[in-house]
Every structure is written in C-alpha cells, then in structure tokens.
Design a protein around this ligand. Structure first.
Ligand code: ZN
Length: 314
C-alpha cells in the first residue's frame, strides 16, 4: 500500500447561479454529457473518481443516465458519496420558488431533526439509484455543524470530507475553519479528511511553517511589517482544485502538505464546471479551457499508484 493517497472528489450537483440565492427550483442538470466526457479523459490517465452526489442530480433524468453509464463502463474506478444541498432536498421546508435564507443553505445550521431527515432521504435516494449505500459525506457549502457528525454516525457514514482548513465562511453564516489544519481527526466516530487548502510561498520552509499551525499566519497579519513580509515572500492561499488554481500552485501545496504529514489528499471540483457557462469557473471559453487543461496537467503529475478512491480497499 502507498504511503500517500490522493482522491478526486467531484461535487456532483445541479447547475445554478451561485450568487443568485437558494431555492428548490434550482435543480436543473444539463451537463451530464460534458461531465462524462471529462471523466473519460481522467480515467484515461489512471484516475479514480468519487462522485459526491446531491439530491437534484440523483433525481434528474441526466443524472440517472450518468450514474448508470459510469457504473457500467468504469465499475472499479468509481465510488459514490453523499452531498447535501438542503434547498433542493426533501423534506422541503419552503415553497419551490421561495428563496431560503443563506444561513439555512448550510446543512449544519438546520435543526437536528431537519438535518437528519434530509440526510436520511438523500442517503436512501442514492442507495436506490446507485445500488450502494454511501458511507462518505460532503456537506453542501462545506456546512457541517454541531450535530452533523453524530447524525452521520447514526446513518452509517464513516468519513466526512467537509472541513476546509484556514477558511472562514462565518461572514455569510457558514462554518469557520480558520483554526483547522489539514491533518485528519475523528469527530463522533467519523473520520474527517480535509478538503485540502493551505499556503504556498517562495520559501518551502516558510510554507510548511504556515501550514502546520493556523495561528502562524494570523501572527504575521497582526502588524504592517508582517503583512509586508508575507507579500515579499509571495504567500498565497491555495485550494487543491483546478477551479482557479494552476498546476504549479497545486503542486507546491501538495508538496508542502506532504512534508507536514498529510497522507490522504482530497482534490475537488464541481461537476457543473465541466460544461461551458454552467459554473463561475466555466463562465467563458477561456476560463473553461483553463480549468480542463489545468485539471489534466495536475492529475498527470500525480503517480497512478497515489490515485485512490476515498474508501481504499487495497
Ligand atoms: Zn455543492
């Protein structure tokens, strides 16, 4: 078995205007063909793919076509996980065309009962359509809350992929992960692997130092000299995703996190980015082509022996 693993996780969901509010009407899936073509290019270079499915995708005609076809053609290279977008998942709390408050778009902000009921319906739906009960979870908008892991545990989930280190969504009522690093942890019996994000800079040692402890960057940001130094050292926060990041940036992050002890990496993007003009990262020809090229370039640089599903049977 390899010491380091990288899993590709696709947020497999409907297309919608990410800044246009959240309603149950946002449930169109028209990108299945483009997603399939993109995945074929990835399988051709040795990738294995985890599809974190949300209710709208699994419930759609195109989504079901995609699941059936990918299962048939690549049975050993895929797995299915669950991805909860509360605004499209029954039991719905609002009228179809009503917009919900942004706070309630994060599943972890729902009452325990509503979060449990929605996750339970989603789990059953995925089991029915894919034939396999999911044990890997990714919260919509990374929105885990105080009840989430206990609920996951009670529904038979063993792995959560929602924590995104060094990232704070509290300005829009989402979770605050500022104090998290990229190492795994266990919460209520659920193993939490992080959606990797961290720092790169001109000096490897400095990047590693920033990535080992969230407080290190905060210390520099407290005064003007620290801020100037961060600029001089070219410090950038990067996600392990071709959505907005280059192969070079992702490679530097991958190398730094490897050095500070991360063993299982999560690389991710959204299914809708596979089709032109279906996500903010594919809104024109140029950004879309960039995304497709950067995705393949980065994944080609990862040895095939490192590419792994989240649940690794080997
Ligand atoms: Zn999502």
């Amino acid at each position: 078995m390899n010491e380091v693993k990288l899993s590709i996780v696709i947020h497999t969901e409907e297309e919608f205007d990410w800044s246009g509010g959240f309603s149950a009407k946002n449930n169109q899936v028209t990108h299945a063909k483009e997603l399939f073509a993109m995945c074929e290019d990835m399988f051709a270079i040795g990738c294995k793919i985890t599809f974190a499915l949300d209710y709208a995708f699994v419930d759609s005609e195109q989504g079901q076509w995609f699941i059936e076809r990918i299962k048939k053609q690549y049975p050993n290279d895929i797995e299915f996980a669950a991805h909860l977008h509360p605004w499209v998942t029954p039991p719905l709390q609002h009228e179809d065309n009503e917009f919900i408050e942004e706070r309630l778009s994060y599943p972890g902000n729902l009452s325990r009962e509503i979060e449990y009921n929605k996750l339970s319906v989603l789990t059953e739906k995925i089991t029915e359509v894919t034939g396999v009960r999911p044990v890997v979870y990714l919260a919509g908008r990374y929105g885990v809350g105080q009840n989430t892991h206990e609920i996951l545990s009670s529904l038979g989930y063993s792995i959560d992929l929602s924590i995104t280190p060094f990232t704070d969504y509290s300005y829009q009522d989402g979770p605050d992960f500022s104090d998290y690093d990229n190492l795994p942890q266990t919460i209520s019996g659920v193993t939490c692997l992080t959606h990797n994000a961290g720092y790169i800079s001109r000096l490897d040692g400095f990047s590693d130092w920033l990535n080992v402890a969230p407080q290190n960057l905060q210390r520099f940001n407290k005064n003007i000299f620290g801020k100037v130094l961060l600029k001089l050292l070219g410090v950038q926060r990067v996600r392990l995703s071709a959505e907005g990041f280059s192969p070079k940036q992702m490679d530097l992050l991958f190398q730094s996190l490897s050095r500070v002890g991360v063993k299982h990496f999560i690389y991710s993007f959204h299914s809708s980015t596979s089709k032109l003009n279906c996500s903010p990262y594919s809104k024109n020809e140029k950004t879309h082509t960039h995304f497709l090229t950067n995705n393949l370039a980065f994944l080609k640089s990862i040895p095939n022996s490192v590419k792994s599903l989240v649940i690794d049977e080997s």
